[in-house]
Design a protein around this ligand. Structure first.
Ligand code: HEC
Length: 328
């Protein structure tokens, strides 16, 4: 039987409520809108906090940083219902930081809170206690020690993935990468209040970086890690696809689909342990033709401020999160 943790049972309930609330009109194309506080939706979907990451200078360390960065954005890392809903670390820790608009039915109380650590931090493990906490900004030192060499951070992240989110045991390389990535957030001197606009280019670059990280993992013999990182790239293509939902943008969606099929082909080649995997990944990276029509039509997509504003105004408010999924 499916291993569904207590927190995930709540998550499932919450999602059901969110989907019901979206009916009878067609669901809003950007899935994350379902778990964003309505007054903050526009801000959360049009911009993100500055990452404020201190990218390591050392080449090997930088590879780990990139692996962690892509894993941080991969819903499949979390597994279970979280993965099916499209939640990743970055859903709560937006761009590595903090998402003040996060309000997932059944998981959040006030906006910017989530109940993720009760089974780790309290003795009430698994008793269904609803105990949402503010999502911390990872740029600010928190309660989990982050000194290099102290495994507390990796232990915490491992518990999050496998206990709270029902994820599979993460490959060791992924866990190391996540540790390096999280430790790098909070570059001294970075403007912590700064936000950057969320554009097509952010997501195409993130996808490309995830593919590069996947290639590195594959070349170092970590097939499971490589596959997860490829799934991160594919879910980024999915995040672009949502923004080109308008009927007249069908050819853009086709271009995205072809790019995604290219990654699917690599995934299958990985499963066959095909020696051409590195060449296929390199070819995918070089062939950026798929981005051309998307860039041309960006102003007609939901990356454009006016379209986003108009489309958000048209959707009705979902059920209040607190009523939707209380486990009691
Ligand atoms: C559903 C929202 C959510 C998701 C998804 C999530 N987190 Fe968190 N995270 C939180 C909350 C809430 C806390 C604070 C818990 C507390 O105060 O007890 C937290 C705490 C942390 C901390 C501790 C910060 C400190 O205080 O030192 C780290 C590190 C962290 N998360 C990393 C991650 C990573 C890595 C992932 C993905 C594997 C992840 N989080 C996924 C909500 C989330």
């Amino acid at each position: 039987m499916d291993r569904i943790g207590p927190r995930l049972a709540v998550l499932r309930l919450g999602l059901g409520a969110a989907l019901t609330a979206a009916a009878p009109s067609a669901p809003y194309p950007i899935r994350a809108a379902q778990w964003l506080d309505p007054p903050q939706r526009y801000t959360a979907l049009s911009s993100q906090p500055a990452e404020c990451a201190a990218v390591p200078r050392d080449a090997a360390e930088r590879q780990l940083f990139e692996i962690g960065r892509a894993a941080f954005r991969a819903p499949l890392l979390l597994g279970g219902q979280a993965a099916r809903s499209g939640l990743s670390c970055a859903s709560c820790h937006s761009n590595g930081r903090r998402n003040p608009a996060f309000r997932f039915p059944g998981l959040s109380g006030d906006p910017g809170t989530a109940d993720v650590t009760s089974s780790l931090m309290s003795s009430h493990r698994g008793n269904g206690q609803f105990d949402p906490r503010p999502i911390p900004d990872l740029a600010v030192p928190g309660k989990v020690a982050r000194a290099r060499g102290d495994p507390a951070l990796e232990t915490f992240i491992h518990g999050l993935i496998t206990q709270e989110f029902d994820g599979a045991e993460p490959p060791a390389l992924i866990l190391r990468g996540l540790g390096v990535y999280v430790r790098a957030i909070g570059r001294p001197g970075c403007d912590l209040q700064g936000r950057e606009p969320l554009r097509l280019a952010n997501l195409t670059q993130d996808a490309s970086r995830a593919v590069a990280a996947s290639s590195h993992a594959w070349r170092s013999g970590n097939a499971a890690a490589a596959r997860l990182l490829l799934s991160s790239a594919r879910s980024m293509l999915g995040l672009i696809h949502e923004r080109y939902a308008a009927p007249r943008l069908a050819s853009d969606r086709q271009a995205l689909l072809r790019a995604d099929l290219g990654l699917l082909a690599v995934e299958q080649a990985m499963d066959r342990k095909d020696t051409r995997v590195p060449a296929m990944l390199a070819a995918w990276q070089t062939n950026r033709r798929w981005t051309v029509p998307l860039a041309r039509d960006e102003a007609r997509s939901l990356f454009a401020a006016a379209n986003l504003t108009r489309s958000l105004a048209a959707i009705s408010r979902p059920l209040p999160a607190r009523d939707a999924g209380s486990p009691h």
